[in-house]
Design a protein around this ligand. Structure first.
Ligand SMILES: Nc1nc2c(ncn2[C@@H]2O[C@H](COP(=O)(O)OP(=O)(O)OP(=O)(O)O)[C@@H](O)[C@H]2O)c(=O)[nH]1
Ligand SMILES: [Zn+2]
Length: 359
C-alpha cells in the first residue's frame, strides 16, 4: 500500500516572529538530536523521523522525502533514525528525549515501546464518571517518568453540572501539571492547547476510551481525519479497537501522536515518575528510621507521623502505595525475565561449546 506523506513536506511554518523553521525542525528536530551527530554523519546518513508504525513497515520522513523501512522491535513512532540507505535495518536510532513504554497487554510481561520524543502529554479525562484521581496520577507518573511535560485536559465541560469542581480537584493533584477544562468539540481546543502546540513540537493524547482524544486531535488538525467513537458506533461491525500509531501534522505546525486506547496501561520501572509526582511523601520516606520502611506499622516512620499530623492525606498515601506496588511488581517481573533470558543464552552458548569440543 502506498501512503502519502507529503503532508509533512509542506511543513515550514513561521514561528510567530519571522524566524523560518527548517523542514527538519518542523518534523520535530531539536538541538538534543543534532548534538548527537557529527557533520560528517549528517552528510552520510540523513535523519528521518518515524511518522507511522504499521505491522509490515515503518514509515519515515526526512527533509522533503519519505521512505518505508522494515519493522524493528527497537524502533517506535516518533523516533529519529540516521538513515543508512544501503542497510536500512542498521540505521542508528538517536537517543530519545522522551520515551513511553508499557508492559505488553496479556500475560506476557514483555516491555513494549509506545512512542518516543514527545514533548507534551495531554492526559485526557472527562467531567463525568471517568474522572478518577488514581488514574490521573498513574498517567502523570508515567509522563513524568518518560520525561514528558504533562497537561491535564478535562473534556465535556458542557455536559457537567459543576465543571469547576472537577478542575479544582485536578489542580489539587500536582503542581507538575497544568489543567485545562473545555468542550472538546468546536474551536476551543485550538486556543486552549496553543501554548503546547507550537511548530515542531510533538504532543500526544493519553486517556481512556471515549474521553475525547480523537475529538481533540481533530480539533487541532482542523479536520475530521480521525474517526470518533460515535461514528464508529454507527459502524455495522460495532466498535473496533484502534490500532493506529502515527504522527499527524496540524496546521499550526505541531505534530500530534495518535495512540491506541492505552486502557491496559501499567507502570514499569517508573519509580522516578511516581516519586516526583508524590515528592512530599518520597521526601518524608527518606526520613524514616528504617531504610526499607513500608510505612505501615514501623516505629519511627516519618510518613505515618505526617499522616497523623494531617500533613499528608491518608488516601493519597494509599494511592502512592498502590502505584509503587504495581511498579515494583511489573519491574521485578521484567528484571526476572531479563536475567532468565541471560541465563538461557549462557546455557545455549555452553551447550554449543560442549558440542563444538566434541567434534
Ligand atoms: N458534549 C461533548 N461531547 C464530547 C466531548 N468530547 C468528546 N465528546 C464525544 O464523546 C464521544 C467519544 O469521543 P472520542 O473523541 O471518540 O473519544 P476517544 O478518547 O478518542 O475514544 P477512543 O478512540 O475509543 O480512545 C464522541 O461522541 C465525541 O463527540 C465534549 O467535550 N463535549
Ligand atoms: Zn516509613
Amino acid at each position: 500500500m502506498t501512503r502519502d506523506y507529503s503532508q509533512f513536506f509542506s511543513l515550514s511554518p513561521l514561528d510567530g516572529q519571522t524566524k523560518r523553521v527548517t523542514a527538519l525542525q518542523a518534523l520535530g528536530w531539536q538541538p538534543f538530536f543534532s548534538q548527537q551527530i557529527s557533520a560528517d554523519e549528517m552528510a552520510a546518513a540523513p535523519p528521518v523521523r518515524i511518522v507511522a508504525v504499521h505491522r509490515n513497515a515503518l514509515h519515515a520522513v526526512g527533509d522533503n522525502f519519505a521512505t518505508a523501512l522494515p519493522p524493528r522491535q527497537d524502533v517506535t513512532v516518533g523516533d529519529w533514525l540516521m538513515l543508512n540507505s544501503a542497510r536500512p535495518q542498521s540505521s542508528r536510532i538517536l537517543a530519545r528525549s522522551s520515551l513511553i513504554r508499557r508492559r505488553a497487554a496479556g500475560t506476557g510481561r514483555q516491555e513494549q515501546l509506545i512512542a518516543a520524543n514527545i514533548d507534551t502529554a495531554f492526559i485526557v479525562t472527562s467531567c463525568n464518571q471517568d474522572f478518577n484521581i488514581a488514574r490521573l496520577e498513574r498517567y502523570l507518573a508515567l509522563a513524568l517518568d518518560a520525561r514528558i511535560t504533562p497537561v491535564i485536559v478535562l473534556t465535556k465541560t458542557d455536559l457537567a453540572e459543576d465543571p469547576h469542581g472537577y478542575a479544582d480537584a485536578a489542580r489539587a493533584i500536582s503542581d507538575a501539571a497544568e489543567v485545562v477544562a473545555l468542550d472538546a468539540r468546536g474551536r476551543a481546543p485550538r486556543t486552549a492547547l496553543a501554548p503546547w502546540c507550537k511548530p515542531g513540537r510533538t504532543v500526544a493524547f493519553l486517556g481512556s476510551s471515549g474521553v475525547g482524544k480523537s475529538t481533540l486531535t481533530n480539533a487541532l488538525l482542523g479536520s475530521q481525519s480521525i474517526e470518533t467513537q460515535s461514528i464508529r458506533e454507527d459502524d455495522a461491525k460495532g466498535r473496533h479497537t484502534t490500532t493506529r500509531r502515527e504522527l499527524h501534522s496540524a496546521p499550526d505546525g505541531c505534530l500530534i501522536l495518535d495512540t491506541p486506547g492505552m486502557r491496559e496501561l501499567q507502570l514499569t520501572d517508573a519509580a522516578d515518575g511516581i516519586n516526583s509526582l508524590f515528592a512530599g511523601i518520597s521526601e518524608l520516606a527518606a526520613g524514616c528510621r528504617f531504610n526499607d520502611c513500608r510505612h505501615e506499622t514501623e516505629p519511627g516512620c516519618a510518613v505515618l507521623q505526617a499522616v497523623e499530623q494531617e500533613v499528608i492525606d491518608r488516601a493519597q498515601l494509599e494511592r502512592w502505595r498502590k502505584l509503587m506496588a504495581e511498579d515494583a511488581f511489573n519491574s521485578a517481573s521484567l528484571a526476572e525475565r531479563r536475567s532468565r533470558d541471560k541465563a538461557f543464552g549462557k546455557m545455549v552458548r555452553e551447550v554449543k561449546k560442549i558440542k563444538d569440543n566434541r567434534r
